[in-house]
Design a protein. Structure first.
Length: 347
């Protein structure tokens, strides 16, 4: 016996048929509409049984119980079959049947089961994973974290420095501007016009930053930017400069760019502090760069002069707001939350 009997009105059937025919709805909504239409007995229509509808639409009548859900979760976290880069919903459903977890199972049922746990085995996020129990990493990390919790001192400012390459891109067709009831649109085709590099220096406690757009990211370009940072703090006794440990970020670059007396005088103005390898997230200038990209450079710009004007205008506006970074992560937090990175000792 069927548990439910479906009787649709003329208006309801027309609405469901519109959903099926227009093809602009989510697949789950279309499948639900098809199920109701096939189960309808209004006006003496011949209805299909639940098993027949499930077979035609490749859906499952069975609800996921706790045991099957646990098996699906474990399966989705395992290595995919040979020849497959990742698990898909259909592949998981097929594999569950092959393993005799269930007689039949639809990919939509699998999707609903995984949705509750927010598992998406077909997606991966690129992430920098530091090595386990690495003394070099934690030593550099704790040094940076201690520096971030120094009280503000105008004579010894803490400045974070980072850089990012940006593509110069030209539109091949005129974009369509937004209008009431219409989103802005741009053609997927574009023309590459080279690259540029954006340097960022940020003093988080003062809400101050310095930017520079260059044609390349060489040792010379970096050294000249360091010179500009020093000029921006004429009264500072020494500037603590936190940066990534790149091969261009060295005192040697100063000597390759300036005469020895000038290079030495410039080097003496700074205390260089390097974030650990695989620890670029410890550089607060990276946060500023991400804000700048989102607010200013998340669009197609085809020449470096425009990039310079736009970045300069963004910096002025951001400085006027005195936007600061409220860094809360401490060495104590690191020893608890990142304990796996610390070497272990037997009592």
């Amino acid at each position: 016996m069927e548990k439910y009997i479906v009787t649709l009105t003329v208006e309801e059937r027309e609405q469901l048929e519109a959903i099926v025919s227009k093809g602009s709805h989510q697949s789950s909504k279309v499948i639900n509409a098809l199920i109701l239409l096939n189960c309808d007995i209004s006006s003496g229509r011949m209805r299909r049984t639940g098993q027949e509808v499930a077979a035609v639409l490749h859906v499952s009548e069975r609800k996921i119980d706790g045991e099957l859900e646990a098996r699906l979760i474990a399966l989705s976290c395992s290595e995919p079959p040979e020849g497959q880069a990742n698990w898909s919903l259909r592949l998981l459903a097929q594999r569950a049947v092959e393993l005799e977890y269930v007689d039949s199972l639809s990919h939509e049922t699998v999707r609903r089961a995984l949705k509750k746990t927010k598992l998406k085995p077909w997606r991966k996020i690129g992430w920098i994973i530091p090595p386990q129990a690495n003394a070099e990493f934690v030593a550099a990390m704790e040094n940076v974290l201690d520096i971030y919790h120094r009280p503000y001192d105008a004579a010894r400012p803490v400045v974070c420095m980072d850089e990012t390459p940006r593509q110069l891109i030209r539109q091949t067709r005129e974009p369509i501007k937004a209008a009431p009831g219409r989103l802005a649109r741009e053609d997927y085709e574009y023309e590459r016009c080279g690259v540029c590099n954006v340097f960022m220096a940020s003093e988080p406690l003062a809400g101050r930053r310095l930017t520079k757009v260059t044609e390349s990211r060489t040792k010379v370009q970096w050294a000249r930017f360091v010179q500009e940072i020093a000029q921006a703090y004429p009264d500072a006794q020494r500037i603590t400069l936190v940066m990534d440990n790149l091969n261009t970020h060295t005192a040697a670059a100063l000597y390759e760019t300036f005469p020895a007396p000038q290079a030495k005088a410039l080097w003496d103005r700074f205390e260089f502090i390097y974030t650990p390898k695989h620890g670029s997230w410890l550089n607060m200038a990276e946060i500023e760069l991400n804000v700048m990209i989102k607010q200013c450079l998340d669009r197609r710009i085809d020449n470096i002069d425009t990039v310079r004007r736009e970045v300069s205008a963004w910096q002025v506006r951001r400085d006027q707001l005195k936007a600061r970074i409220n860094w809360q992560f401490t060495t104590g937090d690191a020893r608890i939350k990142l304990s796996r990175l610390y070497p272990t000792f037997e009592a």
